[in-house]
Every structure is written in C-alpha cells, then in structure tokens.
Design a protein around this ligand. Structure first.
Ligand SMILES: [Zn+2]
Length: 254
C-alpha cells in the first residue's frame, strides 16, 4: 500500500476541520429551531415564589360548616378564597396543594380531620402551611386578622406579620398579627399561619366576604404577604419583623 506523505495527510485533515466548522451552525440550527423555522420562545423568568411548595387549607368543609350566619357558611368562603389564592401563588411560581377542592371533610372527628390536613405538609415536603378561616363573635367586631403559634418559630411569626401587613394595606382592617394556640399551627413542622378573613357576625363584612372582588383582594394580600415573607426570611431568617401588637417591654407601667 502506497503511503501518503505526511504533509498531504495534514492538509487533508485541516480541510476536513474547516468544512465541518462551516457546516456546524447549519446542523445545530436545525436541531434547536422549531418545526416551521420559528425561533424558540424566550424562557419566562422564574416567579418570586419559584421552588416553594405551599399547603393552602380552606377551613372546615363537609359536615363541618364552620361559622354560619344569615345562611352564609364559613366553609364556602374559605374554599372560594383558597382557590383564588392557589391561582395567585401559582402565577408567582409556587406549587400549591389545597387540603380540599370541594365541600368535603377528612374525618368524622374534628381532631382527625385537622391531623390529616397537617399531614399533607410532610407528604408533599411543603415549605409553608396557610389555613384560611372566617370569624364569628358576639361583639360587632370586623377586620381580617392573622395568627401564628404562641412560642413557635420566628419564621411562623414572620409569615403571619407579613400577611397581616398586606391585609392592612389592601383592606380596611386595623388589626395586627397575634399569637394563639391552635392545633394546626402547633403541630405543623413548617412556618404556618391562620388567616381569619373577617367576621361573619358583622353584617357589612359578611356582605363583603361574599363578593368575588373582595375575595380576590384578600387572596392577593395573602399571596403578596407570602412574597414579603420570603424576602424577609432571605435577609433575616431568625428575626421576625416588628409587630406593633407586641407588648413593649420598655413601656412604663405595663
Ligand atoms: Zn374556622
């Protein structure tokens, strides 16, 4: 077999490299272009809640209507607002699990029902738990109010204060976030808050709570509050924001 001179082999090799380099963009372009030659749509930027998993709990359901005043049932309002909230959180990039999507309950006993709602946090490795309720009282009270677990984590308190701050901005509530001792807050291992959207016992507020537009406002305030929570936690994970409802230790005589 005749042997090629070295110079000839090198020359042929170089020519092959040049031809391949010239053809490469055509081939690569063919692979990435969509059928029909349209360029790919630019990727949408991740939302402010991207990567978060949130359990939203519409309070009560099924045999348990919650508060009932003038034929208006708490369980219906909590489901309507929670579904609105789910959509808003998903728009912001979160994955949302509703504890119920229709008029059902988990158990015949309240405690077991609540236990199963909380269990969804571990099942879905959720980052947050937000339970939505409406209030009822003998007073003529009104206004949305958020609760966190008394003696719980600073993150839980941060979550409640962040939501309450947005509720104060978007609705006419003058209330502040408060600590309380509630089963779903005490037993949830991630930051958790209960949002009491308002008082069914107050006629004017009962009317508002049924309006889709007001329900959307409430859901938006909660979604924005969760965004604010995430921003705060990124900066100061162990310190809750200032809460005017906290008793001031330096206040004389109190
Ligand atoms: Zn309730």
């Amino acid at each position: 077999m005749r042997r090629f001179p070295l110079a000839q082999v090198v020359l042929i090799g170089l020519a092959a490299v040049v031809v391949l380099a010239a053809l490469w963009p055509l081939w690569a372009g063919e692979r990435t272009a969509r059928p029909g030659g349209e360029p790919e749509a630019p990727e949408t930027p991740p939302g402010p809640l991207a990567g978060m998993v949130i359990v939203v709990d519409p309070g009560h359901g099924g045999w348990d209507p919650g508060a009932v005043v003038g034929g208006v049932k708490e369980k219906d309002l909590t489901l309507q607002v929670s579904q609105e909230l789910k959509a808003l959180l998903e728009e912001r990039g979160a994955r949302v699990i509703l504890t119920r999507t229709d008029d059902t309950h988990f158990s015949r006993t309240v405690r077991e029902d609540l236990r199963q709602r909380v269990a969804l946090v571990a099942e879905h490795r959720a980052d947050l738990f937000v339970s939505v309720h409406a209030n009822q009282d003998r007073c003529n009270c009104w206004g949305a109010q958020t609760f966190y677990q008394k003696g719980g984590s600073p993150a839980g308190k941060t979550l409640a204060i962040s939501i309450q701050n947005r509720l104060r901005e978007r609705t006419d509530t003058t209330r502040y976030a408060l600590p309380g001792d509630y089963y779903v807050l005490r037993t949830t291992e991630v930051p958790a808050a209960i949002v009491e959207m308002g008082f069914l016992s107050n006629g004017a507020e009962r009317e508002k709570l049924q309006q889709p537009e007001y329900q959307r406002t409430l859901a938006l305030a909660i979604a924005e509050g969760i965004e604010a929570y995430r921003e705060h936690i990124a900066r100061q994970p162990d310190v809750a924001p200032e809460n005017p409802a906290d008793p001031s230790p330096s206040r004389p005589g109190s």
